[in-house]
Design a protein around this ligand. Structure first.
Ligand code: ATP
Ligand code: MG
Length: 299
């Protein structure tokens, strides 16, 4: 795996507020990585630390296998909050100013304006832009230095449904250009639609990390009943199970990704057990996410 970002035991306390606790995770090149969590879960804090605008309390992180530095920072484009553009200047003029500040080539301006589909409107004043167009100009501005990684904090906040759809499409296009994207969102649906991988933060704690595909496909849970005193142990001994619980009526067997009820049944049969009940439960990502958030309360 070509690791673009590696975070180890990152912690941030604001006085008594523990905004981030021992966060460890890796982001691979080409991923569209979502940091998902409710308000106040530590998403912006994490991104701020990664961009050197917030000081960490402890822990470390490496970009491209290197400790943070000015050089490394140049390879990362970011929108933490809406950058300030001059309202009475056009998109082109505004980007010329940004290019000068960042030391980017003005040759990049037209291509990035085309990329975010503002080229036609490039001579219009910024103040005449819709919210979605303003957000696209922010993205254009972050793209000016042709960064390898793009960091976006809640990129669709405040936009109408069409604006949201446009930004999501744009993020996917930018990913296709080969850039790694790290995006914070409190919207499960957004992460599901845009990201390849994601983690879930809750009150500064990492409670899940994995690929969106795995969760969408969803490792299944199978309800099993059979007349056998040793059923629990036999189910637990199954190499395809990750967890066995009882809901009063049935045994609930969480299977590994890709394992099916049919395979479980064959296994039980090989152990001399004939089941009286076998049913596959499928969970939506939504349900799993809510469960994850609830589960970690008890942890
Ligand atoms: N400058 C600060 N001083 C004190 N506490 C802070 C500061 N910034 C953030 N916090 C606290 O740290 C925690 C994490 O905040 P953070 O902004 O990282 O969350 P978030 O996941 O980005 O939330 P949102 O979805 O609302 O943007 C919260 O409890 C917040 O109140
Ligand atoms: Mg935030």
């Amino acid at each position: 795996m070509d690791t673009v970002l590696s975070i180890k035991n990152l912690t941030k306390h604001y006085g008594r507020v523990k905004a981030l606790n021992n966060l460890s995770l890796d982001v691979a090149r080409g991923n569209v990585f979502g940091i998902l969590g409710p308000n106040g879960s530590g998403k912006t804090t994490t991104l701020g630390i990664l961009l050197d605008v917030i000081n960490k309390t402890s822990g470390e992180f490496a970009w491209f296998g290197q400790p943070p530095s000015k050089e490394v920072r140049k390879r990362i484009g970011a929108i933490l909050e809406t950058p300030i553009f001059y309202p009475y200047l056009s998109a082109t003029k505004n980007l010329q100013i940004v290019a000068k500040i960042k030391g980017a080539s003005v040759e990049n301006i037209d291509p990035v304006l085309k990329r975010v589909e503002l080229y036609e409107r490039r001579h219009d004043k910024f103040r005449t832009y819709s919210l979605g167009m303003k957000q696209r100009l922010s993205i254009a501005s972050a793209l000016l230095c042709d960064p390898e990684v793009m960091i976006l904090d809640e990129p669709t906040n405040g936009l109408d449904p069409q604006g949201i759809a446009e930004i999501r499409e744009l993020i996917k296009e930018i990913a296709k250009d080969g850039k790694t994207i790290i995006l914070a969102s409190h919207l499960l649906d957004e992460v599901q639609k845009v990201c390849s991988h994601f983690c879930v933060l809750k009150k500064g704690n990492l409670i899940y990390t994995g690929s969106v595909e795995d969760v969408s496909k969803g490792a299944v849970t199978v309800e099993v009943s059979a007349e056998d005193d040793d059923l629990s142990e036999i189910l637990e001994a199954y190499e395809g199970s990750t967890k066995v619980e009882k809901d009063g009526v049935h045994h609930l067997v969480s299977l590994k990704e890709g394992k099916t009820a049919t395979e479980l049944n064959a296994y039980l049969f090989s152990k001399g057990i004939t089941v009286s009940h076998l049913n596959t439960q499928r969970k939506s990502l939504e349900k799993q996410f809510l469960e994850l958030l609830a589960e970690s309360d008890n942890a």
